[in-house]
Design a protein around this ligand. Sequence first.
Ligand code: ZN
Length: 214
Amino acid sequence: MKTIAVNVSVLNKNDEIAAKNKKSLAERGIRMINLLGTPGSGKTTLLEQVLTDPRIDRRRVAVIEGDLYTAKDAERMEQIGIRTIQLNTEGACHLEADMIEHALSELDLEGVETVVIDNIGNLVCTAEFMLGEHLRVGVASVTEGNDKPLKYPLLFQTADVVLINKIDLQPYTNFDVERFTQDVHSLNANAAVYTCSAFRGEGLEPVIELFLKK
Ligand code: ZN
């Protein structure tokens, strides 16, 4: 019986397009951030809070919203004056580099310095697909429990920054920040780990810095 390794070739092709996205953005002086996390981890609220910080020039930011069917998150971005494009995957559970290539070609990138991909809420296959990002940010929340890094290692292995969101709710959970941080570092010694509350607008300084960094 003949077996064909479809996944590998699909991923190889994806990585080629991702490398192209990354290079063409870098040539234009644009950095792309891929924001990953579970549904309800607070990625869009985090973006809203960070991008309305008075130090951030919202004309220099564009957002690609990934969603299965709706445009709810894109509408939230447009309400705060961010150039946004919605990618509806019609049920597909992750974004691939060719979708980002397409979105970038449709976005007006004049004056833009940072593109953010608000990825589909999912920790499994979203992490397998490099999209051409220069920086990967993983968002977890204390209400999801402590076991995320060891259960979904790929996201944490590949993230440059890991945010533990909803830290204001920690007293109502058994979440252990130290253990979570140790687990992340056992997978990826270089990941920067921060706690924050996007809802309360607290602890967001390291994320704001990512946008201010030239
Ligand atoms: Zn998927």
